[in-house]
Design a protein around this ligand. Sequence first.
Ligand code: DQA
Length: 157
Amino acid sequence: MPIPESLTAKPIYILNGPNLNLLGVREPDIYGRETLPALEMRCRTRAKELGFSIVFKQSNIEGELVNWIQEAREAGAGIIINAAAYTHTSVAIHDALKAADLPTVEVHLSNLYTREEFRHQSFISPLARGVICGFGGLGYEFALLALRQILDSRKQD
Ligand code: DQA
């Protein structure tokens, strides 16, 4: 059944943190060979199928990520965030997500729990509806699917 346009008026913000601009060349054994532009295309294709528009961003700067979360608070329907290393350190991103109060899915390409202990702590997880890690770029597609379900179930309430 086609998804009514009214459900999808606001975009999903897909936010990527530091060093993810180097995807494809940085530690490919861990992060794979898919580049960030290729990942963005993959998200755009899947989002379109699900009836979403997306805003896809990457920054190495913590405050820029905070600004985009604040923008999403006004203009977005939901957030998918791979805060990369800031996942494990950023109270500022935690606070911004709390203020945004939007359905949020935390994504990581790698399986954090098979890696160093410092990656087992996340400042994002307590504010996320769910966490997906270890499936590479496919995790972003899972996150879009999850948000589709969350937003559709809200419309039916
Ligand atoms: C990452 C995992 C983080 O621990 C790391 O700092 C990253 C990428 C991931 O997608 O697997 O830069 O978020």
